[in-house]
Ligand binder design. Sequence first.
Ligand code: MN
Length: 248
Amino acid sequence: MRSGLVDFHCHLDLYPDHAAAVERCERDGVFTLTVTTTPKAWPRNHELASATRHVRAALGLHPQLVAERAHEIALWEELLPQTRYVGEVGLDAGPRFYKSFETQKEVFARVLSLCAVAGDKIVTTHSVRATKVVLDMIEQHMPPPHGRVVLHWFTGTAAEAKRAVDLGCYFSVNADMLNNDKRAAITKSLPLDRVLTETDGPFTQTDARPATPSDVWITVESLARLHGLPPSELSATILRNLKSVLSN
Ligand code: MN
């Protein structure tokens, strides 16, 4: 087992045994950011993560849940002072969620504005079919240095990637972003000092079962191959990037 891996976007509370999933990260030494999809899930996630060295919990309100749960933004706001980590938040303009898109934008604007006021938040952000609007909103509501955005599972164009870099964003990369040539080419264009790794487990698969944070080594190896670097060097770069994300 390799230690010092980074899974910067995972849903530990969505595995059958939440506490055991947290313990595995701790045992394997995987630095894991466990995101929440509703602020109601925060207390338990925070409690379990607080007892560890390697796991941190993020406070979220998932854009796919905004249609039913937009009112939970009040609870989200109340809990925000308890953490530096925010997510999963963002926008989803996919066909199943498009009807709540205007409400999603209101919620996300509120999230970014409050994070900007706080000044030191790290926000793991969903941007399905909405990269441009997400970037517009970051620029408007939380430009650097008022916070740090990590774009999770980036699916935008090369030009949007460049714009995101200029806005100070980081990217958390998962195995699915490397399994076709077009996506891999865009992933390769991301500056290596802005790249983190993630699984988005349990929503991605490894060997036909839900991926767990330890499986992130597969992404480290793929990224290393993509860049022609030894995996140990790529892994050290990711750890360095984690430190820099956390540093201001
Ligand atoms: Mn997710």
